[in-house]
Design a protein. Structure first.
Length: 140
């Protein structure tokens, strides 16, 4: 039983360490993160009726159904697909902006920490080595 508690404590400690680092960013940008997640969810949910509409369209075309019904189903399918694509576009845009903001904040913090560090750090590591860590966080 004590082995299980030790593992649980290690997991809890690792989780607290992780959330102390990432939690700051999620708290700061939680509104944008939540909104873009909701947009992604709605865009995904909008795609569920498309196979049903496609089935009805194929049945109507195969049975030579009324053209008004075919046109109506086509318009509904196109509107649903366009709405899903638009929501997906804005969701991706929001996630990209959020990612860029977080990376910029991380770069600023890393730069401030390097500038405030003691001279022993610069004797131990080359300046290029320290700045290379900042360059690896580039946003493409």
């Amino acid at each position: 039983m004590t082995g299980g508690r030790v593992k649980l404590e290690k997991w809890r400690e690792a989780f607290e360490k992780y959330t102390s680092v990432t939690g700051e960013f999620y708290r700061r940008y939680r509104r944008e993160y939540l909104l873009s997640s909701i947009l992604t969810l709605f865009a995904s949910l909008l795609l569920f009726p498309i196979p049903l509409l496609t089935r009805k369209l194929i049945d109507l075309v195969y049975k030579s159904g009324p053209p008004q019904e075919i046109i109506k189903l086509l318009v509904v399918a196109i509107v649903i697909l366009l709405t899903a694509k638009i929501l997906s576009y804005f969701s991706n845009l929001m996630f990209f902006k959020l990612n860029s903001k977080i990376i910029l904040l991380l770069r600023k913090k890393m730069t401030a920490k390097i500038l405030k560090s003691k001279l022993d750090l610069f004797k131990k590591y080359d300046t290029g080595y320290l700045l290379a860590g900042l360059m690896k966080t580039r946003v493409i």
